[in-house]
Design a protein around this ligand. Structure first.
Ligand code: ADP
Ligand code: MG
Length: 388
C-alpha cells in the first residue's frame, strides 16, 4: 500500500527526520490559507498522487506569491496528473501539499528497502539525487552505493559514514545524517514498510539536511496490524476493482487481457493464467478467491470480473479442497441474480462436492459451458473470447 507524500512526512516527523513545514489542502482557498499561516515569501505547491515524477510532469510548483498559489491550485485540483510512473490515465489530484520552499544547495538520493533476495534491509544512496535518479541508475550506476544491514547488529555508524562520504558531507553534518538514517531504519521496521525513499534529501544553503520528498510503501500483508497506516489509505489513488476486491479479502490484480479468470489458490491461478496464454489467450485479471471462501466472496469476485469491460469471456477454474464446489456454484448464481452475464462463461469444477456444484449450475438455466478437463476449458474460453 502506498501513502501520500504529506502522510509520509508526518511519519518522518515522528521519527525525527527533518522535513519542511507544510500542510495538505483540498481547495485553492485552503492552499492559500496554509501558505499565509506558514509565512515566508516562497512556497512549494505539490500534487498529492501515489506516484513520483511529479516535478517533471508539472505537479510541483514553486510560488513566490499567494496569488500564484491560488492560480496553480485551481489549475491542478480536479485534474489527473500523468507522470512517467502513472500510465496514460494518470492519477486524480484531489489534495495538494503546501510547504515552505527551502534554499537548496545539493540534492541526494537515500532509500531503504526490504531486499527479498538477501532477506535484509538494504540502503541505497547516491550523491546524484533529484529528478534524474532513474537516468543516473541507468547510465552511471557506479554513482549509486548500497549496503545491507545485519538485523542482529542493526544500522552501524560506519555505514552512515559511508553514505556521508559518498555525499561529500562536512563532519558537522554527520550526526544529522546518522539521525535521519536511524529514523528511516526504525520507521521501516516498526511500521512494516517495504520501502522508504527520500529523493531528494537536500542540504540547504545553511547546511541543514532536510527531506524534501518522501515516499513510503507498506507491505500489504502487514497493514492490518497498523491502524494508523490503514487510516492513511486513499482509495481514490488505487485501482477501483483492486480496492473493492481487497475489502472482500480477495487477491485481485487487474491485467490487460480479455479473459476473466476466477480461481482458488494462488498456484492454481498462476497455472490457469499460463494455460490461457499457452492456448493463445490473454488473462484480464489474476483472481484468487482464497481457500476457505464463502458464497458472498465468490459472488463479489464474479461481479468484479463481469464489471470489467475488457472481459470477453470468463473461465472459472476451481479445485475443491477446503472450498466446496457447491459453495462456488451458489456464489456464481448469487452474482448472476444481481448482474446480467453478457459474456460466455466456461466452468471447470473439480474436487469436493463437484457433482453437487455442477448440478446447481446445470439446473440454473444459465448459459454456461461445463468443462471437466482444464486444457480443454482453456481452449474453449480462448475460442469464445475471440468470438469463434
Ligand atoms: P517528484 O519526485 O514527484 O518530482 P519532489 O517532491 O521530489 O517531486 O519535487 C521535485 C523537485 O522540486 C525536487 O527535486 C526539488 O528540487 C523541488 N522541491 C520540492 N519540494 C521543495 C521544497 N520544499 N523546497 C524547495 N524545492 C523543492
Ligand atoms: Mg522526488
Amino acid at each position: 500500500m502506498n501513502i501520500h507524500e504529506y502522510q509520509a512526512k508526518q511519519l518522518f516527523k515522528l521519527y525525527g527526520i527533518p522535513v519542511p513545514e507544510g500542510s495538505p489542502a483540498e481547495t485553492a482557498g485552503h492552499a492559500e490559507q496554509v501558505a499565509r499561516e506558514l509565512g515566508g515569501n516562497a512556497w512549494v505547491v505539490k500534487a498529492q498522487v501515489h506516484a513520483g515524477g511529479r516535478g517533471k510532469a508539472g505537479g510541483v510548483h514553486i510560488a513566490k506569491s499567494l496569488d500564484e498559489i491560488t492560480e496553480f491550485s485551481r489549475k491542478l485540483l480536479g485534474t489527473r496528473l500523468v507522470t512517467q510512473q502513472t500510465g496514460a490515465e494518470g492519477l486524480p489530484v484531489e489534495t495538494l501539499y503546501v510547504e515552505k520552499a527551502g534554499q537548496i544547495d545539493r540534492e541526494f538520493y537515500l532509500s531503504a528497502l526490504v531486499d527479498r533476495g538477501s532477506e535484509r534491509v538494504i540502503f541505497i544512496a547516491s550523491a546524484a539525487g533529484g529528478m534524474d535518479i532513474e537516468e543516473v541508475a541507468e547510465k552511471t550506476p557506479d554513482r549509486i552505493i548500497s549496503f545491507q544491514v545485519d538485523p542482529a547488529a542493526g544500522l552501524q555508524p560506519y555505514q552512515c559514514r559511508k553514505v556521508a562520504f559518498a555525499f561529500g558531507l562536512e563532519s558537522t553534518q554527520f550526526k544529522s545524517l546518522e539521525k535521519i538514517m536511524a529514523g528511516i531504519y526504525k520507521l521501516l521496521l516498526e511500521k512494516d514498510a517495504g520501502q522508504i525513499e527520500i529523493n531528494p534529501l537536500v542540504t540547504t544553503n545553511s547546511g541543514e539536511l532536510v527531506a524534501v520528498d518522501a515516499k513510503i510503501n507498506f507491505d500489504d500483508n502487514a497493514v492490518a496490524v497498523h491502524p494508523d497506516i490503514t487510516a492513511m489509505r486513499d482509495p481514490g489513488q488505487e485501482d477501483e476493482k483492486e480496492h473493492k476486491a481487497q475489502q472482500f479479502g480477495l487477491n485481485y490484480i487487474t491485467l490487460d487481457g480479455s479473459i476473466g479468470c476466477m480461481v482458488n489458490g494462488a498456484g492454481l491461478a498462476m497455472a490457469t493464467m499460463d494455460l490461457v496464454k499457452l492456448k493463445g489467450g490473454s488473462p484480464a485479471n489474476f483472481l484468487d478467491v482464497g481457500g476457505g471462501t464463502n458464497t458472498e466472496k465468490v459472488a463479489e469476485a464474479f461481479k468484479l470480473i463481469l464489471a470489467d469491460p475488457n472481459v470477453k469471456a470468463v473461465l472459472v477454474n476451481i479445485f475443491g479442497g477446503i472450498v466446496k464446489c457447491d459453495v462456488i456454484a451458489e456464489g456464481i448464481l448469487a452474482a448472476v441474480k444481481e448482474v446480467s452475464v453478457k459474456v460466455p462463461v466456461v466452468v471447470r469444477l473439480e474436487g469436493t462436492n463437484a457433482e453437487a456444484g455442477r448440478t446447481l449450475l446445470r439446473e440454473s438455466g444459465l448459459n454456461l459451458v461445463a468443462a471437466d478437463d482444464l486444457a480443454k476449458a482453456a481452449e474453449q474460453v480462448v475460442a469464445l473470447a475471440e468470438g469463434v
